[in-house]
Design a protein around this ligand. Structure first.
Ligand code: F6R
Length: 242
């Protein structure tokens, strides 16, 4: 794991944008794995600015999001579909057919998981996967004790995850209880992985991800096995690192 510590959230966003831009500039038809949540918002904004400045085009880029809630209408303001269009896709030149998110309203959710894996495979696999980190070590929505061999699957969200995400909803009860997520094996199959973590409340989780023995009790530790992981953290999130 290559751990890079930068000063603050702004530097983290700029540096992450540089890495994603570099990927797209060196391979126009890159396949990007994308995350939602609070952490990558600054990176998406910086990518929009690079695009607006004429330094970057997403015409040939394909994207696959990590996850989507089950049962939330696609056009609900808090669906990950809505998040992605608002944070990035509405502001860049990516063709809609190149965008992929799991369908959390599919009538056959198991078939949807299989289809999603098949699409990733047909696209040639993910070149660069962006990840955030949950306090409990989740990556995507792979909660503690998820099998390391998992592919795209349905997951019950942990209480802690629903509490963390309640900040976006009016009340915790509104946070969906289930999601479709890429599996841990899906994530590990990406050629490169970039993990973004900001703020002091994630410092303990960052230490565990980097230093703890590999254990399904803290899924992010599995990234220690991947040959090309960059962990980009700001100073606050790096506080507990040795
Ligand atoms: C989002 C995702 C989650 C988040 C994680 C951190 O698509 O899969 O694993 O990356 O929960 O979220 P934030 O960035 O909001 O702290």
């Amino acid at each position: 794991m290559d751990v890079i510590v930068v000063k603050d959230y702004e530097s983290l966003s700029t540096q992450a944008c540089r890495m994603v831009s570099g990927q797209v500039q060196s391979k126009a038809n890159s396949v990007l794995g994308l995350a939602t949540g609070g952490t990558p918002e600054g990176m998406y904004q910086a990518l929009i600015e690079e695009y607006a400045a004429g330094n970057l085009s997403f015409q040939e880029t394909r994207t696959f999001n990590l996850d989507e809630y089950i049962g939330l209408p696609t056009d609900h303001s808090l669906s990950y579909h809505s998040y992605m269009y608002k944070q990035l896709f509405n502001h860049i030149d990516i063709p809609p057919e190149n965008i992929h998110l799991p369908d959390g309203n599919a009538s056959d959710l198991q078939a949807e998981c299989k289809k999603y894996e098949a699409f990733i495979h047909e696209a040639g696999g993910i070149d660069l996967q962006i990840l955030g980190l949950g306090h409990n070590g989740h990556i995507g929505f792979n909660e503690p004790e998820t099998s390391f061999a998992s592919r795209t699957h349905i997951i019950e969200l942990d209480n802690e995850t629903r509490e963390a995400n309640a900040r976006f909803f009016e009340q915790k009860e509104d946070v969906p209880k289930r999601a479709i997520t890429m599996g841990i094996e899906t994530i590990l199959s990406a050629r490169k992985v970039l993990v973004l973590v900001s703020s002091a409340d994630k410092a303990e989780a960052v230490k565990d991800m980097v230093c703890r023995e590999i254990t399904s009790a803290f899924p992010a530790t599995v990234l220690q096995k991947h040959p090309a992981v960059t962990v980009l953290v700001d100073e606050k999130a790096a506080l507990r690192l040795p």
